[in-house]
Design a binder for this molecule. Structure first.
Ligand code: ADP
Ligand code: MG
Length: 419
């Protein structure tokens, strides 16, 4: 924004000298307004996602505990499962919100684009309405892209779902195409994000449909979070697409004609230089029963849910409401905790400060850090050497149990993540 503002000032001055046209000034002002809007929406989105995560943790955890107490024959199981399903769906929405705000950490790896599209085509093809034909066009010889596979899948999925919805019940066709393109300045300047990328070769992924198309008025708003023309839809699909493509240094170009259809083109730099570290699900191995866990968490709901849930899984659990209490418990006990589950953001001592003090008391302390932010961002915010492991909220309790056990077994995190 500062840059655009400076440019705008300059533009104003030059306009006085009548060196800039009125049209140019307008377009700069429009871009400044759009950038400011996107930035403030991103802040809002990440705030909402953060607060919602804590609430969802409470719901998921409590539903899980109730499910485990209900006998298999209970007619209430179905109700509780619906609560769980709804909470999981809500956590999917907060994931889209975080993707929009750029709060989701990138976990890049070499992704063979053609294969990824093929897999998704096979998966989605069977889910689309009968009249909708999905055509994949992926030439051989496309390079692997250094991208976050999960996020790229989310982009393609969101675009294909929209395409199918634009076609509706009528017969129609969705064309998904990946190819190399030479993008010139003119094409790139029409991009919704990163409209000043340098001209050159890009990998282009296009999703084109023969659906109802969009008017210019609709087109102008489609990437706004919560903008939707559909009934009972959240309007977060394209917002997430925007955030993810922006995070990958790519561009999006949309063309559409009412009654004819739309085309979404995602351009990605072929040699995206993103820091590489792979992440695979934690392995499950022999699980020793029990273990002493200290939960440090300021949210009452999350704390009590975790306690019940972990006690159920056979852990001995102590809880602390903040860093100071954790340190007191830690120093008091002669028997040590096997693992500490530490919340990142707390009033008083922060997660990072607490961690540093805990290490001072016991250099061998094992810690699993938790927060609603992604891994990268959390570790950055921690401001201390990294803990043994990290788990992003909201998570299913079973996943936490797996992680705690792995950490207690002393498996280095790299082993668990490399898979
Ligand atoms: N392929 C498409 N054809 C026509 N309109 C589209 C297409 N994709 C998106 N849109 C428009 O953009 C809006 C926002 O899309 P999205 O962010 O995915 O939210 P949602 O699908 O929940 O409405 C849609 O409501 C629709 O009006
Ligand atoms: Mg959508």
């Amino acid at each position: 924004v500062a840059e655009l503002e400076a440019e705008l000032d300059l533009a104003r001055g030059e306009a006085d000298a009548a060196r800039r046209t009125e049209a140019e000034r307008r377009s700069l002002e429009e871009r400044l307004r759009l950038t400011q809007k996107q930035e403030s929406l991103a802040v809002l989105a990440s705030g909402i996602a953060h607060d919602f995560n804590n609430l969802l943790m409470g719901m998921l955890g409590n539903a899980n505990v109730v499910l485990r107490q209900l006998p298999d024959s209970s007619p209430l199981r179905y109700r509780v499962q619906s609560i769980e399903t709804a909470a999981l769906r809500a956590s999917e929405l907060t994931r889209q919100l975080r993707a929009y705000s750029g709060g989701e950490a990138l976990v890049p790896s070499d992704v063979p684009v053609a294969e990824l599209l093929g897999d998704m085509g096979a998966l989605l093809g069977s889910l689309l309405p009968h009249g909708v034909e999905l055509v994949l066009d992926t030439p051989s010889g496309l390079p692997s892209l250094c991208v976050d596979a999960t996020q790229l899948r989310q982009v393609i999925m969101n675009l294909i779902v929209n395409a199918a919805e634009a076609i509706g019940d009528r017969p129609g066709r969705i064309h998904v195409r990946a190819r190399f393109v030479e993008a010139n300045r003119e094409l790139l300047s029409r991009a919704v994000v990163n409209h000043d990328l340098p001209p050159g070769s890009y990998v282009s992924i296009e999703v084109e449909d023969s659906g109802q198309g969009m008017s210019p008025e609709v087109l102008a708003r489609i990437f706004d979070p919560f903008y939707s023309t559909k009934r009972a839809s959240r309007g977060l699909g394209l917002a997430a697409v925007l955030g993810i493509v922006r995070g990958h240094g790519g561009a999006i170009i949309v063309t559409s004609q009412v009654g004819r259809g739309s085309r979404f083109q995602v351009l990605l730099p072929p040699s995206a230089q993103l820091p590489v570290h792979s992440q695979a699900p934690a392995e499950s191995g022999p699980t020793p029963s029990g273990g002493r866990v200290l939960i440090v968490e300021d949210e009452e709901g999350v704390r009590s849910t975790l306690r019940v849930s972990l006690e159920y899984s056979g852990f001995y659990v102590q809880t602390a409401r903040h860093g100071r209490e954790a340190l007191r418990l830690f120093a008091e006990r002669d028997a040590r905790f096997d693992v500490v589950l530490l919340d990142l953001t707390m009033p008083g001592l922060s997660g990072g400060e607490t961690l540093t003090e805990l290490r001072r008391l016991d250099p061998k302390v094992r810690v699993v850090l938790t927060s609603g932010f992604g891994r990268e961002e959390s570790l950055e915010r921690l401001g201390a050497p990294p803990p043994e492991d990290f788990i992003q909220k909201p998570y299913p309790p079973a996943e936490l149990v797996k992680k705690l056990r792995a950490v207690m077994r002393g498996e280095p995190e790299a082993d668990r993540r490399a898979g």
